[in-house]
Design a protein. Structure first.
Length: 226
């Protein structure tokens, strides 16, 4: 990997606590692979032998119900890994994963990581921390679905995506609005109506670009009491 890719992978919870030597031993000579949009990486119920780390692009994690309808669990982007717990335990995954844009993904060999877990406490702690963060994120997502109104859920998504809390901001949606709607637990129609309600808070849209006059206004919306 080049320095830029390495820096992205090193930001993941799985690797950000490790030394350069530990990182090099776990990743070895692996390189990110390029995947087209719409590529199914694996299906729920499969036993996966590598831990995927997103280097660029976006991946949708979803579950398929018995009636064939799928539900988006989460959409992950650069510097995020997924299904670590299932892979390290050698168990079938309970989710499927597909790219929702062109993506480059590093596949970390599970056997190599498992062997290091037995002999290196730092690696074991990093793996535990990564699994803990994933669980905390899922709990936070569930809390948003249970407690936040549609406009507030959209505002939360914008704040998370923009990555700043002050002044004006502009963000190009990384994938289709329908996927964003599913990710935050609503229909595409509800998402459009929610965006319209955010105009009163300085939010405007033009095709796939969202503009925010003042990020402070969105934060005030998120934390105001009803």
């Amino acid at each position: 990997m080049d320095a830029a890719d390495t820096a992205i992978v090193r930001r993941t919870m799985l690797f950000n606590r490790l030394t350069d030597a530990q990182f090099a031993e776990l990743v070895g000579s692996s390189h990110p692979h390029a995947y087209p949009k719409g590529c199914l990486l694996f299906q729920q119920g499969e036993v996966v032998e590598t831990i995927p780390i997103v280097v660029s692009g976006w991946v949708r994690l979803f579950r398929v119900h018995v009636d064939g309808v799928d539900t988006t669990v989460r959409i992950v982007g650069p510097a995020h890994g997924f299904v670590e717990a299932a892979v390290l335990l050698g168990r079938p995954t309970d989710i499927s994963a597909e790219t929702v844009s062109e993506a480059r993904i590093l596949m970390v060999d599970a056997d190599r990581l498992r062997s290091r877990l037995k002999t290196d406490a730092d690696v074991a702690i990093s793996a535990l921390a990564s699994a803990s963060v994933h669980l905390r994120n899922l709990v936070a997502d569930l809390e948003k679905l249970k407690t936040l109104s549609v406009p507030r859920r959209i505002a939360h998504f914008i704040v998370d995506t923009v990555g700043k809390t002050e002044g004006p901001a502009e963000v190009r949606l990384p994938y289709e609005k329908s996927l964003i709607a599913g990710h935050i637990g609503m229909t595409a129609e509800s998402f459009s109506r929610g965006l319209a309600k955010l105009r009163a808070h300085g939010v405007s849209t033009l095709r796939d670009v969202i503009r925010v006059e003042r990020m402070e206004a969105l934060l005030e919306l998120l934390y105001e009491t009803d």
